[in-house]
Design a protein around this ligand. Structure first.
Ligand code: PLP
Length: 451
């Protein structure tokens, strides 16, 4: 099942790469203990079997899937060189590729000008965005919704900036009345809008947040780590479409190519609308920036060494699958969303299940109906295990009962939160596999005594 065909392409590309260094004197790199490599690699393969099958459509749990083959190949190819994108003498080609790939991401959000770079992931990218915000914002306090990723609270603590969570409405979006109350206290400098929450894929009401920004003058940062690419999809709700169309007006954006951008882990991205924020990064390094007066990526990022391979991989993927509406990449996102809507419709039309609000992206959360939410929470764990025994891998999330309140019927809401089943349908193949997923879920709930 795992793709092996593409390795042939890697060998051809390696030959070509090698050709670029033909002027060097012949040299055979040392590979100590090389004879043991096959044995050790077999041991790695054995160890790696202890994983859920993230590559398979029956893995429909968390935000996990392997990269696109072209990303894997470009990343591997770059590792024969192992460029470091900190400074140009460590990675000239991949620094250029990073700048092009990041510019394409900025253009996807409608920015012709920007400052941005890749990072280790969404956490590092958000850290930089909040670090910059902390230095430019009119007040110290940072706000994010209670469904925002926990990274915002932690990063604020690292930056020693006060942080508060703003409650959410029944759809997992930041509650605008509560936001107004917080803003009225007069000490808020930055508000984080989440464009696709981790648990449910909910999108904060950006239009209202921008209106409040006009009135209160805070800095607006969008955490689009998960949802950012969905602006390319043609099958969003009207509210989500509006939010993505307005995204160009925020001050900074984080998007994670290692989530929906088909990249291996180690690829986040931070973008600033005002290129002039580069002045905040200004520092000198006596041993690095000597090879050129051109900008070195290390001069505009907090991390020092970073994998040039990540840039090669992202650049290659965007060459193959440009970030355009109606293109192949966008169609893949549309299929993920269609899969989520199909799943949601099946669940909400079946009396055995209780759904929350309709998905805004490709994440579906649901319960198996029981007498109370406590019992339903226990059932979630049982169904999770019964499904796993059938190779259908779901996830579990602890969420506020209010997300399900409209559909609870006679169920007793005996706790403020519940453990529900959660499915991230982030592979386009999930759409054609939904009938199978549905059958396996049906068998799993029957095993748990639900008729
Ligand atoms: C909305 C959001 N922001 C930030 C993060 C953190 O990103 P990372 O895990 O790449 O550090 C995540 C991770 O799931 C996320 O969903």
């Amino acid at each position: 099942m795992l793709d092996k065909q593409s390795l042939k392409i890697l060998i051809e590309a390696l030959e070509r790469l090698d050709g670029g260094f033909a002027e060097l004197p012949e040299f055979v790199p040392r590979a100590p203990q090389a004879t043991r490599i096959p044995q050790v690699l077999s041991a790695v393969a054995d160890r790696l079997q202890d994983n859920y099958p993230y590559f398979h459509p029956l893995y429909a749990g968390q935000m996990l899937k392997p990269p696109h083959p072209v990303a894997r190949l470009a990343y591997s190819l770059a590792q024969w060189i192992n460029p470091n994108n900190h400074a140009l003498d460590g990675g000239r080609a991949t620094s250029a590729m990073e700048r092009e790939a990041v510019a394409a991401l900025a253009a996807m959000f409608g920015w012709k000008e920007h400052l941005g770079h890749l990072s280790g992931g969404g956490t590092m990218a958000n850290l930089e965005a909040l670090w910059v915000a902390g230095r430019l914002a009119p007040g110290p306090r940072i706000l994010a919704s209670e469904q925002a990723h926990y990274t915002h609270g932690r990063v604020s603590a690292v930056l020693q900036l006060p942080f508060s969570s703003v409650p959410c409405d029944a759809r997992g979006r930041m509650d605008m009345a509560k936001l107004r109350e917080e803003l009225a206290r007069g000490d808020v400098g930055t508000v984080v809008a989440t464009m696709g929450t981790t648990a449910t894929g909910s999108i904060d009401p950006l239009a209202e947040m921008l209106e409040l920004q006009d009135r209160f003058g805070f800095r607006l940062h969008a955490d689009a780590a998960y949802g950012g690419y969905f602006g390319l999809a043609g099958n969003l709700t009207a509210q989500a479409r509006q939010a993505f169309d307005l995204l160009c007006r925020v001050d900074s954006i984080v998007i994670d190519p290692h989530k929906h951008g088909l990249q291996p882990y180690g690829c986040g991205c931070v973008l600033f609308r005002d290129p002039d924020v580069r002045r905040l990064y200004k520092h000198d390094s006596p041993f690095t920036y000597f090879s050129s007066r051109e900008l070195h990526l290390g001069e505009i990022s907090l991390e020092c060494s970073r994998a040039g391979a990540a840039a090669a991989s992202l650049w290659a993927t965007q060459e193959l699958l440009p970030l355009t509406r109606g293109g192949e990449f966008a169609c893949g996102l549309e299929e993920c969303r269609a899969a989520a809507l199909d799943f949601y419709n099946r669940l909400s039309g079946d009396a055995r299940f209780v759904t929350a609000f309709p998905p805004e992206l490709d994440i579906v959360v649901f319960l198996v109906r029981a007498a109370s939410v406590s019992e339903a929470s226990e059932l979630s764990r049982k169904v999770f295990n019964a499904a796993a025994r059938r190779s259908l891998h779901l996830a579990i999330a602890e969420l506020p009962v209010k997300f399900f309140a409209a559909n609870l019927g006679a169920m007793r809401p005996d706790r403020p939160t519940l453990a529900c089943l959660r499915s991230v349908l982030m592979k386009p193949e999930h759409l054609e596999w939904l009938p199978r997923i549905w059958d396996l879920l049906g068998e799993s709930v029957r095993e748990c005594g639900v008729a």
